[in-house]
Design a protein around this ligand. Structure first.
Ligand SMILES: Nc1ncnc2c1ncn2[C@@H]1O[C@H](COP(=O)(O)OP(=O)(O)OP(=O)(O)O)[C@@H](O)[C@H]1O
Ligand SMILES: [Mg+2]
Length: 395
């Protein structure tokens, strides 16, 4: 995300409005440096017109050697020879006039192109992982789990996570997070060949400090215009900058969902304890196997795992021929947290469901998980009278 610095609050606000949404603003250079220290992926900083020229030039000179992949865009009230000469000598990539929003946007875009060129099209060493939450059945808790997993994966802002709502007709990620996005994937239609990071950033909506969201279109009829090629481009572009791209899906194997599944590194399949769902989940798992999607990286999540409907978790495993990665019980707290706009992993981190979801997030992140049977962070929610269980996929 671009970062801007200016001691004047109103100027900083107007600079940020010219930058992709999610850009970061600070009022002083030391804060900028502290922020850059935590963001090794940063590619551009915009130095506002009220920043003292000596400070701006000093910062520029420092970054030139310490962070050569960062472009500096210097914004000034007047562009005279003295300013241009000093900026050039210090290594600024662009000097633009204050108020010229178009020029600032173009400079940021050029900075990103340069960054990609320097690091390679996949972002060099950085390739985020795509986690897709899927089920062939509606209403089983895909969105609830996708939202909570995405939040758990951020680890309170330590990791960069983007949640993509690919339930293109009836997506409800935004409403679940009480977001009112001004942009959605709809605004990328037609950009299959040109979509780049700055453009995509402008379509994201920030949820609190930690999570970015790419919203679904607001009208169902837009779905058919979102092509598989666009979805591919969106996911690949997001992977360049985010550590995790979590995808919520529609309950169908349509071409958009299949495209996302094809790009998936970790696939979370959600099941519940009713026979029609289990039958469809079995067919879905067979289809994933047939298509060689996320082989060895499929994780079965049993939601509403304690419903007393005559089928238990063990039966589910034998029906589906696969171990459970985790279980989440039916809880009014989950629905209440969603209705309050504060998903349970954030609103009630000690809740057994939050612990189970965090455990799954840990597993997906490839980090060591507490041994089975240990209370706390192990995936697998405790059923009444039983110790928490952790299951691994049988391959
Ligand atoms: N473990 C749970 N306990 C209680 N309520 C739950 C649980 N999981 C999900 N819910 C509730 O069930 C409803 C459906 O969940 P959700 O929207 O996440 O399902 P979905 O699979 O995304 O549905 P759709 O296919 O329509 O998109 C929501 O009201 C949600 O709050
Ligand atoms: Mg949903």
């Amino acid at each position: 995300m671009p970062a801007a610095v200016d001691p004047d609050t109103a100027t900083l606000t107007s600079l940020l409005s010219a930058l992709p949404s999610g850009s970061h603003g600070v009022d002083a250079t030391d804060r900028l440096l502290a922020w850059l220290g935590q963001h090794p992926e940063e590619y551009v900083v915009v130095l506002g017109p009220y920043l003292d020229l000596d400070d701006a030039v000093g910062l520029c000179e420092g970054l030139r050697t310490t962070r050569p992949t960062i472009s500096v865009v210097l914004v000034r009230h007047t562009l005279d020879t003295q300013v241009l000469t000093r900026a050039m000598k210090a290594g600024a990539r662009d000097v633009v006039a204050h108020g010229d929003i178009e020029a600032i946007g173009a400079a940021v875009s050029r900075a990103h192109q340069l960054y990609v060129a320097l690091r390679g099209p996949t972002g060099g060493a950085h390739t985020g992982r795509v986690v897709t939450v899927f089920s062939p059945k509606g209403g089983v808790g895909k969105t609830t789990m996708a939202v909570n997993l995405a939040l758990a994966l951020t680890q309170r802002g330590v990791r960069k996570v983007c949640l993509v709502d690919l339930d293109l007709a009836f997506g409800d990620v935004s409403i679940t997070l009480q977001l009112f996005p001004s942009h959605s994937i709809e605004h990328a239609i037609g950009s299959e060949d040109t979509l780049d990071h700055p453009m995509l950033e402008g379509l994201l909506t920030r949820h609190q400090d930690s999570l970015m969201v790419l919203a679904a279109p607001s009208h169902p009829d837009v779905r058919d215009r979102v092509s598989p090629a666009l979805i591919l481009r969106v996911l690949r572009t997001l992977k360049e900058t985010f550590d995790f791209v979590v995808v919520d899906t529609a309950p169908a194997f349509d071409e958009q969902t299949l495209t996302a599944l094809d790009e998936t590194d970790e696939c979370v399949v959600v099941a519940t304890l009713d026979v029609p769902t289990l039958k469809n989940v079995k067919v879905a798992l067979e289809t994933l196997e047939l298509l060689n999607i996320a082989r060895g990286h499929r994780h079965l999540l049993l939601n509403r795992a304690d419903d007393a409907v005559g089928i238990g978790a063990d039966k589910v495993e034998s029906i589906l021929g696969m171990g459970l990665a985790t279980q989440v019980a039916t809880s009014i707290d989950i629905a209440a947290a969603t209705n309050a706009g504060t998903p349970i992993v954030v609103g009630n981190p000690d809740h057994p469901s939050s612990i189970a979801i965090r455990g799954l997030a840990t597993l997906l992140a490839g980090e060591p998980v507490a041994p089975a049977g240990e209370p706390g962070e192990a995936p697998g929610q405790a059923e009444p009278g039983r110790a928490p269980r952790r299951f691994r996929i049988r391959r």
